[in-house]
Design a binder for this molecule. Structure first.
Ligand SMILES: *Cc1c(COP(=O)(O)O)cnc(C)c1O
Length: 366
């Protein structure tokens, strides 16, 4: 049996209604900052519970433009998680700021108790990453942010509709950054991203930043970017958004199924599942004894299991200038040897999940 990782074929196999909408859209010529984009932004903000949403080119740009809206740039420090995907760091370094890392805990998110001692006079923002569909401990993080008057840009790219006490990822800080990349939970047909905010001033600045700083076709108010979300992709987004809650709920169901079975195995540790957190399982990751052997065994059995990630961001060549060395972030390091990711998406069948459970059981029985 084969258990694939990518489900994109299934995601868009049954969408004649979407093709019809796209065909009509092409006839409107409304390609740039069009009506469908504004509709998408309105609906996205409503879904998240913020006043505004701004469609941008990618999740990376969602972080970058948020930082730029805060006037962060060269010489500034931005605190973030040591174990994130490269894009978080790319957004910070692209504007000339310096990423300052904090280690994670077994939730895969920043260990907020380690945050305060990283704050310096140069710190200009905190970028917590809600990694894997988990959530950073935002109640605690916001207390620290308030104490030091630091703005927060949430990297919620993997966490659409995750929440703590029913308050969504991307609505705690000044900005929430989301990705619509084909590999993310809500995915369009190319790169795409969204920024959420409830601050009118920030909202207006983001709209300038994404469109060359243009107030109108003849007036350039600030130096900005070409970072609009294509209206074409907003049509796809408008088709998907009504399914967002079902997608999250099906992933949660699948994760519960895995949790129930894997928790019976002594060789597997399940990450903490706090009751007041809603996790949306962009990645279903558990800790496994003999991880490398298990990974090879699963792959041989046709299961596309993965490791997110074998080399943590802080150890990558691209950030050698930060002069980190192995061991600087011990929990992140320890995870690289124990974590394994199994497919958990909304299109996975019960049969496929049962096969994954069986293979993991077979491996440890050997
Ligand atoms: C995907 C992702 C991003 C960036 O998203 P893109 O749309 O690919 O630019 C940022 N941070 C995290 C944690 C991500 O997983």
């Amino acid at each position: 049996m084969k258990v694939r990782y990518s489900y994109l074929k299934q995601q868009f196999s049954n969408c004649d209604d979407l093709w019809k909408k796209l065909k009509h859209f092409v006839s409107t010529e409304d390609f740039t900052l069009g009506k469908e984009l504004h509709k998408f932004e309105k609906n996205f903000a409503k879904l998240m519970g913020t006043k505004y949403a701004v469609g941008v080119n990618s999740g990376t740009d969602a972080i970058k433009l948020s930082l730029r809206a805060l006037d962060i740039g060269r010489g500034d420090e931005v605190i973030t998680a040591a174990n994130t995907f490269v894009a978080t760091i790319g957004a910070i370094t692209e504007i000339g700021a310096k990423p300052v890392f904090v280690d994670c805990d077994d939730t895969f998110c920043m260990n907020v108790s380690l945050l305060e001692k990283k704050i310096t006079k140069k710190t200009k923002a905190i970028v917590p990453v809600h990694f894997t569909g988990y959530m950073t401990n935002m109640p605690e993080l916001m207390k620290i942010a308030k104490k030091y008057k630091l703005p927060v840009v949430e990297d919620a790219c993997q966490s659409i509709l995750a929440n703590i006490n029913k308050k969504n990822a991307g609505t705690w800080g000044s900005f929430g950054a989301f990705s619509l990349h084909p590999l993310k939970n809500i995915n369009v047909w190319s790169d795409g991203g969204v920024i959420t905010t409830s601050n009118l001033k920030h909202y207006n600045k983001l709209k300038l930043l994404r469109n060359h700083g243009l107030v109108d076709r003849d007036t350039v108010k600030i130096c900005g970017y070409n970072s609009r979300l294509d209206t074409f992709q907003a049509v796809v987004g408008n088709w998907l958004l009504p399914k967002a809650k079902d997608i999250a709920n099906q992933r949660i169901k699948n994760a519960n199924f895995y949790d129930n079975h894997f928790s019976k195995l002594q060789q597997i540790q399940i990450p903490p599942r706090p009751k007041n957190f809603k996790l949306v399982y962009h990645l279903y990751i558990i800790f496994a004894d003999k991880r490398d052997e298990l990974l090879n065994f699963c792959i041989k059995k046709g299961i596309q299991a993965k490791v997110h990630y074998p080399v943590p961001m802080y150890m990558q060549e691209s950030v050698r200038f930060l002069k980190h060395k192995k061991g600087d972030f011990p929990v992140t390091d320890a995870h690289t040897k124990k974590i394994i990711t199994f497919p958990c998406d909304q299109h996975l069948s019960l049969k496929e999940m049962k096969y994954v459970v069986k293979c993991v059981n077979d491996f440890y029985k050997k």
